[in-house]
Each structure stands twice: as structure tokens, then as C-alpha cells.
Design a binder for this molecule. Sequence first.
Ligand SMILES: [Zn+2]
Ligand SMILES: [Zn+2]
Length: 289
Amino acid sequence: MRLGAHMSAAGGVYKAFGRAHEIGCESMLVFTKSNRQWKTKPLTDEDIAAYKKAAAEHDIHPVAVHASYLINVASPKDDLWEKSYQAMKVEIERAGQLGIPFITFHPGSYVKSDEASGLARIAQALKRVLAETAVSAPNVTLCLETMAGQGTNLGWKFEHLAQLLEEGGPSDRLGVTFDTCHVFAAGYDIRSPEAYAATMAEFDRIVGLDRIKTFHFNDSKFELGQKKDRHAHIGEGFIGREGFANFLNDPRWTGYPAHLETPKTEEDADGNEIEMDVVNLATLRSLLK
Ligand SMILES: [Zn+2]
Ligand SMILES: [Zn+2]
């Protein structure tokens, strides 16, 4: 697999390449705009040229975008839905401008409506955005992230994803980002080789393994099925090292990108800061058989 992490794009997305290179990433995940603000300045020709130059200078691929956390196309409120929709479209177009192949979205939260209404709203957004970006971003695949099931969020059941891929498409520009922490929190076991095989077989039966485009590798601070989205360092949570070894040694995922979204730093006993991405990447690489 091509291992990497979510890298800071502070000062320009192109700067993430240098940071990723420094810690030994083969692939990376980035925001292309502030993830907690709606507004963004359009990318300039200079921004795009700087990105393409950095991309050509580094052996870091594929790159994936994580869309803003503000976007909620499951919202029952029309104004928030439209605002989310427009933000989603802008993010896809930015990925297209930069030549980034994957963009990952949280499907959304139904808030005060219900599961069925929320799923229908998301499917409506997907259908429209696929059509409206067919020319501006034809090579960008929209990946729905597997969710933990916290609050009213959707996409934690494999059936949700299957329904969205079907009703939002059909399109080969729709895929899935498989987040290990979220899937485990949602109640799908991946710890032992047997549990992993059963969960992947279930995913294949309901969604299709060919829909998976990228992985997020996070251990979980909570036990199986707790529906809590809290990421732990690799091997330090309830999934444990063997769970990650299952993915890393599965030949079906050769060449697939997997990104850490774990805390960036910790302090050692003497109060010195440890770069945890380096530690987590080393742990993952040590699990390769
Ligand atoms: Zn996410
Ligand atoms: Zn994730």
C-alpha cells in the first residue's frame, strides 16, 4: 500500500509535498481550503502551477482531498443544503484544477429529519454534483467515507453506502474511503484475520470491494461498536496492530493509498515533542510480512 498521512496545506497546498516527503509519505491527504470556513479564494494560475511543479518533483501519489467538515448535504434545511452543495461543488472543481484524483466527503447528518430523508438528500446532491462537474472535474472520484455512527451521521452502515452509490449514481466517479476507526466504531470487527475476512466479505456483498478507492488508517480509542469517532495511534487503540496487518498484507490493496488521521504530536516523559506520523508510519511498515 502507499502509506501517508493527512498533511498541513498551510501556506499553499503545494507545501504539503515537502512536509509529506520529510516524514516518508508515499501518498498524502490534504485540505485544499480551510476546513472550518465556507468561503475560499479561487485557486490562481500561480497556485496551480506551484502545485503541479511540487507534484512532479515528489514521488508522492495518489493525493486525496478531504472535503470541509462543514458540508452537510443530508441537512433537512434548504439553505444549509444549498450552501453545502455549492461548497461540495467548489471542492471537487478545485481537485480537478490541481489534478487530484480523489476527494473524500462525510456523507452527512440527518439532524432533525430521519435516516431515509437524509439519505435521499445526499443522493440528490451526488447526482447533481456529478452532472455539474462532469466537464470541470471528469477525473475526480467522489469518495463517501465510512462513518462511525456518531449522532445522526449517515454512512456507517454498509447499506447506507450501497444506497448512496446506487441512487447518487450510477457513476464510476463515485467510490468509498474506508476508515478503519469508523468501521470498527460502527460495529464491524477487523481485528483478527477471520473477523477481517468476514467484514470485507460483507462489504463486498453489500457495496462491492471495487468501490474502495482510499483508506484512512486510524486506531480507535473506543471498543467495537461504540459509535465513537476518536482516533488512536496505530497499535495503541482497540483495533490493535493485527487489525492493520490484515489490510497491509492483503494483496487486493496493493498500491492503494492509506492515510493516517491520528494526532500529530505527543510528548515523551521528558516533555519533548514526538512526531507521531513518523512513529505510526514505522509501526505500519513493521507489520508488512
Ligand atoms: Zn473524514
Ligand atoms: Zn477518516
